[in-house]
Design a protein around this ligand. Structure first.
Ligand code: ADP
Length: 389
């Protein structure tokens, strides 16, 4: 609806109509005068209006149509109606006041000054309505845009989540199918080797027996590697359940899990008195501490293992250190040992599959941090990692 500020008037007698017309002309206000109310309604329906000025008798002539028009306006619109009446507080007058929105009733005789001031007030109110309409339109346009954007983003997020879930599932499925399919023939090999040893052990010479033993050991090693791959794929794909965690409590839990080994090796594991609260996945971060502590216990030489866990607060992250007094790692191995199946222990003195540090790296990186090693050969190792604050 365009911004129509005109006054649409319909006065009862020619004398009244003329007086009002002159007054409006003198005040330089735009208006349209109608002889009957029905014509006024038709015009307002077509063009809208700034203010309606009517005499009560006229209003009553087409009460229903006019009333419907006024009731049926858009949400932002309430065309001001000025009704000039003979007697204000008649029953009809009161009914009109109740039923017609934005109505002003003026009792005859009405002075020009009073009528004009009411007309001006009504126009101001109408102007504000148009401003409100523009604002309302702008808002609903913005709202539509916003809704569209939100719907688009939600659809995109859903699509990505679905794809991520599917590729995770595919990967998990692939890892378990492969490991299952590989395990079966391996078990058969081990079983037949055992049978071979049992039934033909006596006819085999020492080399034959050694070949069988080596085959069984290799099959066992391959079994271990398959379970490691599965473990690694789980650490990569498991959903992270993020929460606030007491890092000291995570270390304690890791030590409880390693209790047998700690006791067996007479290891001493200690930590800073105060450890920070971190945000992460409880199971994975406990696994991280557990892998590092367990390596510290494993890779020892003469002395009983001593492991110390500390934490420092940086600007945007916490820096943890797990230090031990063990055999250390030569500098050229510092990067490689974080790769899957990479072991610096070339003499096979220490058991293991070479998966622990690769899992640690995956966990730290999934939490937005980094992991590295500070160590000298025979000078102990300090594994450091960061986690965002
Ligand atoms: P695993 O312990 O099964 O061999 P890891 O991935 O945990 O596998 O470690 C990879 C290699 O890194 C180890 O074989 C070892 O050579 C070296 N390493 C890890 N932790 C330590 C440590 N605390 N002290 C000395 N060497 C270590």
């Amino acid at each position: 609806m365009s911004e129509n500020m005109k006054i649409y008037l319909c006065m009862a007698g020619p004398a009244n109509a003329e007086a009002v017309t002159i007054m409006l002309q003198q005040a330089k206000l735009e208006f349209r005068a109608f002889d009957n109310c029905a014509e006024l309604v038709t015009a307002v329906q077509a063009e809208g209006a700034g203010v309606l000025l009517l005499e009560e008798e006229r209003f009553r002539q087409c009460f229903d149509r006019l009333h419907n028009l006024l009731i049926d306006q858009p949400r932002w619109s309430e065309i001001p109606v000025i009704l000039v009446t003979g007697k204000m507080y008649t029953t009809t007058g009161l009914i009109l006041m109740e039923q017609v929105p934005n109505l002003t009733m003026l009792e005859r005789p009405v002075s020009s000054a009073s009528l004009l001031s009411h007309i001006r007030a009504a126009q101001r109110s109408r102007k504000r309505q148009y401003q409100l309409r523009d604002l309302f339109n702008k808002l609903s346009h913005l709202n539509e845009n916003l809704e569209e954007q939100v719907a688009k983003r939600a659809a995109e997020a859903e699509r990505r989540r679905f794809e991520a879930e599917r590729s995770n599932e595919d990967l998990q499925q692939f890892a378990s199918v492969v490991s299952h399919d590989l395990r079966e023939p391996l078990l058969v090999i081990s079983r037949y080797m055992n049978l071979l040893e049992k039934h033909f052990g006596e006819v085999l010479d020492e080399s034959g027996k050694r070949f069988i033993k080596q085959s069984i050991a290799s099959a066992q090693r391959m079994q271990n590697m398959i379970s490691s791959i599965l473990k690694y794929s789980r650490s990569e794909n498991a959903l992270l359940n993020m929460e606030n965690l007491d890092s000291g409590e995570l270390v304690d839990q890791a030590c409880r899990n390693l209790e047998l080994r700690i006791n067996k090796m007479q290891a001493v594991v200690s930590k800073d008195d105060t450890m920070p609260t971190i945000y992460g996945d409880k199971i994975q971060l406990c696994q991280l501490f557990q892998n590092l502590i367990s390596n510290g216990i494993k890779f020892t030489h003469m002395e009983p293992p001593r492991i110390y866990i500390s934490a420092e607060q940086g600007e945007s992250e916490y820096r943890f250190a797990v230090a031990d007094n063990g055999i250390g790692v030569s500098p050229e191995q510092h990067q490689k040992i974080f790769e899957i199946f990479n072991r610096a222990d070339l003499q096979g003195k220490y058991s293991g599959s070479g998966i622990g540090l690769a899992v640690c790296k995956k966990i730290v990186e999934r939490h937005g941090g980094a992991i590295w090693l500070e160590s000298k050969m025979w000078g102990g190792s300090t594994f450091c990692f960061t986690l965002p604050r």
